[in-house]
Design a protein around this ligand. Structure first.
Ligand SMILES: Cc1ncc(COP(=O)(O)O)c(C=O)c1O
Length: 413
């Protein structure tokens, strides 16, 4: 008897019917066990920001780890990391988790106690914990896309929640729809959780308006910066645009792929972390924090947050040229997102379907590029087109397979 890794389609990349056997990574590249090389624009679905197996990252992280893996409570390393967080409130508290699903759950638990209301409004993907789930929304598609609201898997039997714990989805990103939800279900709703990536589908004023609306309705507003933290700025749009939510969730890129997520609260709410018993065995583990300390140091020393806007523009132009040379400009548009640390390819009807997006993603795979369509692709600081690591070695042959016509349109990166 032996075990196999259970298939999980979102994490499994296939190419021409073959499941990729990813074995190692170096900078922006991934390698399979047989040596096949891929340009990685998935970055572990967002966490990898410095690049794979960066020698300096590895050395500095293992220096911290020489002191031990996990103690009876949070360590001096946790304190050092928390003290260096940006001042999004004059005084803040920071709780540590391994995943953002946990941190969002913690935020909702604390807010339910504060407001004595268990209902939640959700905007954007906020984690896989069942209690957050109602029929799945394709949160990364544009608000007007007919595919945005769909049952992800028909008859999927998620436990979900109902009654006074109901989850309401704010899908269309219109402020009046949020206000209507708050007016109509105000007796139930204690928390609004907004994935700040939704800003990329409209603009930052949407998030600012949501924060104001929630404050006016006495509802806790949680900004979920999981995808944006460590990419647009260490604490995402909250830091970059001086937003004033009640709580912030950070995750993914803050630790370059090591498991770490944070719940940030103003100092006077910090006591609720203990009172509500949020956190588990590994919340005090040191590896994620060591990686986050080093990620902060390297992003600052290597000017990561200054590199991304330039890097993102370069990729956007590269993709746009490929699209134009194939006469596909009326079918697909390319958008630099996440302050240049991500790229979103948006298909127009009739291609904006699950099949259309998969075919498009497959077209990139034929060129040795692992990227995402219907979800932003991500860059690490080394993925510089024309930079020393990539020059002359990669081509974007955009979408020729989607059209099923083999018109070559190579664009040198
Ligand atoms: C905005 C947002 N919140 C929460 C999560 C869940 O994070 P995790 O997978 O670390 O539980 C994700 C994951 O993609 C996310 O994008």
């Amino acid at each position: 008897m032996s075990f196999e890794v259970a298939p999980r389609s979102i994490a499994d990349f296939h190419h021409r019917g073959r499941r990729l056997r990813l074995d190692s990574g170096s900078g922006p590249w991934l390698f399979e066990a047989d040596g096949t090389r891929w340009l990685d624009l998935v970055c572990g679905y967002g966490p990898v920001i410095i690049g794979h197996s960066d020698p300096e990252f590895l050395t500095l992280t293992s220096d911290h780890m020489a002191k031990g893996q996990q103690f009876a409570s949070c360590s001096t390393l946790h304190e050092m990391y928390a003290e260096g967080l940006p001042d999004i409130w004059p005084m803040g508290s920071c709780a540590f988790f391994k995943t953002s699903s946990e941190a969002v759950t913690a935020a909702v638990r604390i807010s339910s106690r504060l407001t004595s209301k268990k209902g939640v409004v959700r905007c954007g993907f906020t984690g896989w914990h069942d209690v957050q789930q109602s029929p799945r929304i394709a949160w990364h598609l544009m608000p007007q896309s007919p595919e945005r609201v769909r049952k992800f898997v028909p008859n999927m039997t998620l436990r979900g929640v109902s009654g006074d714990e109901a989850v309401f989805d704010w899908v269309d990103l219109r402020p009046d729809s949020l206000e209507e939800l708050l007016n109509r279900h105000g007796s139930l709703i204690g928390t609004v959780v907004v994935d700040t990536y939704q800003e990329e589908l409209t603009d930052i004023e949407l998030i600012r308006t949501a924060v104001d609306l929630c404050k006016r309705h006495d509802v806790t507003i949680v900004l979920d910066e999981t995808k944006t933290s460590g990419r647009v700025a260490e604490m995402g749009f909250t830091e970059q645009k001086s937003l004033q939510p009640d709580m912030v969730v950070a995750g993914k890129a803050i630790a370059n792929g090591a498991p770490l997520s944070l719940l940030l609260l103003p100092r006077h709410l910090g006591q609720y972390v203990e009172k509500n018993r949020v956190g588990g065995t590994h919340s005090k583990e040191r590896f994620g924090v060591a990686a986050a300390v080093v990620t902060r140091e390297l992003m600052s020393r290597r000017q990561g947050y200054e590199i991304f806007p330039v890097l993102g523009k370069t990729w956007e132009i590269t993709y746009r040229r490929a699209i134009e040379s194939l006469d596909l400009s009326n079918r697909v548009t390319v958008h630099s997102v996440l302050g240049g640390a991500g790229l979103d390819l948006r298909l127009a009807a009739p291609d904006d379907t699950h099949e259309g997006r998969s075919a498009f993603q497959g077209a990139f795979a034929t060129q040795g590029i692992l990227s995402l369509v219907g979800h932003p692709s991500f860059f690490d600081t080394g993925a510089y087109p024309g930079g020393p690591r990539l020059v002359g070695t990669t081509r974007v042959r955009c979408a020729s397979e989607m059209e099923n016509q083999h018109r070559p349109a190579d664009v040198m990166i």
